[in-house]
Design a protein around this ligand. Structure first.
Ligand code: ATP
Length: 459
């Protein structure tokens, strides 16, 4: 017998897939999932609703407790602070208090709890009341001061623990631009902004240009932002250190600015190094938030390091990536920082052919697959979608192999079936992007995205 609740969830999921830009629908689906043990699926659905800008407090009331319980404390904190900048929601504020307390920011946690309780007495909790009673109230009109950036080697200051550095894993990638299919314009921009100033600084100096500053890559998920950053390191024979911004927060809570300083100091000691900051939007709204001075300290430190406070940045190549460029703090876009913001689009047909060829080649029988046909039918699919398509097709051949006990080749039929069961993931991203391009394209910031969307009839 089928479970009626499961049938409802299936129907909701199908509806969301048919109408992926429908935020309220994702919210409803997420709410239903949140009542089941499927926390990961609920989080995924509610994140979509949040990204589609559905009434933030409504989404966050569901999402924040799930995130906390699943260990995504930093994300819960970022989302709560972003929401509270515009919507004073007591429930979200109480959630913020819980995360801050978990992170050891007692004063800020108590402050948030008191504010939540004052706004909605129903949120009062005896344990919390007892706890906050022991924590003095900070002066209400005194927002936490922005700490000064930490300078390297200041007398009397303890050296950052060596273990900080050990957590940043460096690699020396072998992939090069040639391994990244398509993206000719993105490669050209990186060449001009990052590779050439490093390789031929004298030419840039002759034009009064200094090396330094970074490139911020943005675009739908899975289209190769991380891949091309690694390939940039491969091109210049540099070390590559990749960090998720939220990971820095979770791993170095309270010590993040030291971690950032040490990260840059280490990169200056081992030039050339590509420092790649992923999920850069996480730093977006943080400067405005006063709940956690720690966030602002992190942003201040990162900006100061990019400005060269800790030493010259020649040979320190800074790249960052985001799916949400509209959330990135404008302070990062000033000259000498991320003054180049580059759109990384989904692969074009030739690039899709190349990506499919690479992945098919690793499968038994892959050489018989008509990749040109598949490429023609996958407009707007991301590189990651195409990789997933190949994996799904391979499952068919794997199942046959297990049944017969002999390796069976993958066939075009496996791909056709996989294609019918999959779809491009970038649709939702473009749905969100549309509003930003239409209403917030100040200074032509999203001109390249706009051109792409017009060309592909997405606008
Ligand atoms: P996210 O925003 O989710 O972090 P991303 O844009 O950084 O995504 P990647 O992680 O770089 O995307 O890409 C995912 C995978 O898709 C890569 O490991 C690679 O296998 C494949 N891929 C994406 N774009 C390309 C491309 N242009 N050429 C070859 N492979 C690609």
């Amino acid at each position: 017998m089928t479970d009626p609740h499961a049938a409802i969830l299936d129907a909701l999921r199908a509806a969301c897939e048919r109408d992926p830009a429908n935020g309220p629908l994702w919210l409803h689906y997420g709410e239903q999932l949140a009542r089941t043990p499927r926390a990961a699926d609920a989080i995924a659905a509610l994140r979509k609703a949040a990204d589609l800008r559905v009434e933030p407090p409504l989404v966050l009331r569901q999402l924040l407790p799930l995130l906390r319980e699943a260990g995504f404390g930093a994300e819960a904190l970022i989302r709560a602070e972003q929401c509270l900048e515009r919507h004073d929601d007591p429930f979200v504020r109480r959630e913020l208090a819980i995360v801050l307390r978990e992170k050891g920011e007692d004063q800020a946690a108590a402050h948030a709890y008191r504010a939540a309780r004052a706004a909605d007495p129903a949120l009062a909790d005896a344990d919390w009341d007892a706890w906050v009673a022991g924590i003095p109230e900070a002066a209400p009109s005194a927002p936490a001061p922005v700490p000064a950036p930490v300078r390297a080697g200041v007398a009397g200051e303890a050296a950052a623990p060596a273990e900080l550095l050990e957590r940043f894993e460096a690699e020396t990638p072998r992939v090069k631009f040639a391994d990244v299919a398509g993206l000719a314009e993105v490669k050209e921009q990186i060449e001009l902004r990052i590779v050439a100033p490093y390789k031929t600084p004298e030419i840039f100096a002759a034009f009064g240009r200094k090396a330094g500053g970074g490139v911020l890559l943005y675009g739908p998920p899975g289209c190769g932002k991380t891949f091309i950053a690694r390939a940039t390191a491969g091109e210049v024979g540099a070390r590559f250190v990749a960090l998720g911004v939220a990971d820095i927060v979770d791993a170095f809570w309270g010590e993040s600015e030291k971690a950032i300083r040490e990260l840059f100091a280490d990169a200056r000691r081992h030039t050339p190094t590509v420092l790649f900051f992923d999920e850069f939007d996480a730093l977006g709204a943080s400067r405005g938030g006063t709940e956690s001075q720690f966030w602002r300290a992190l942003v201040t430190q990162l900006l100061a390091e990019m400005d060269g406070i800790g030493g010259p940045n020649e040979g320190v190549l800074v790249m960052a990536a985001t799916n949400l460029p509209w959330s990135v703090d404008p302070a990062f876009r000033r000259p000498g920082r991320f003054d180049r913001v580059v759109f990384v689009p989904p692969p074009d047909e030739a690039a899709r052919r190349a990506i499919l060829t690479t992945h098919a080649a690793s499968l038994p029988g892959g050489e018989t697959i008509d990749v040109a046909k598949l490429a023609a039918r996958t407009a707007n699919w991301s590189g990651a979608d195409l990789k997933a398509l190949c994996e799904r097709a391979a499952e068919g051949a794997l199942a046959r192999s297990l049944k017969t006990g002999k390796v069976q080749p993958v066939a075009m039929d496996d791909f056709t079936k996989a294609l019918a069961e999959s779809r491009a993931s970038a649709g939702e991203w473009f749905a969100t992007a549309r509003n930003h391009v239409r209403y917030a394209n100040e200074g032509g910031r999203y001109d390249d995205l706009e051109a792409y969307m017009k060309k592909h009839k997405l606008l």
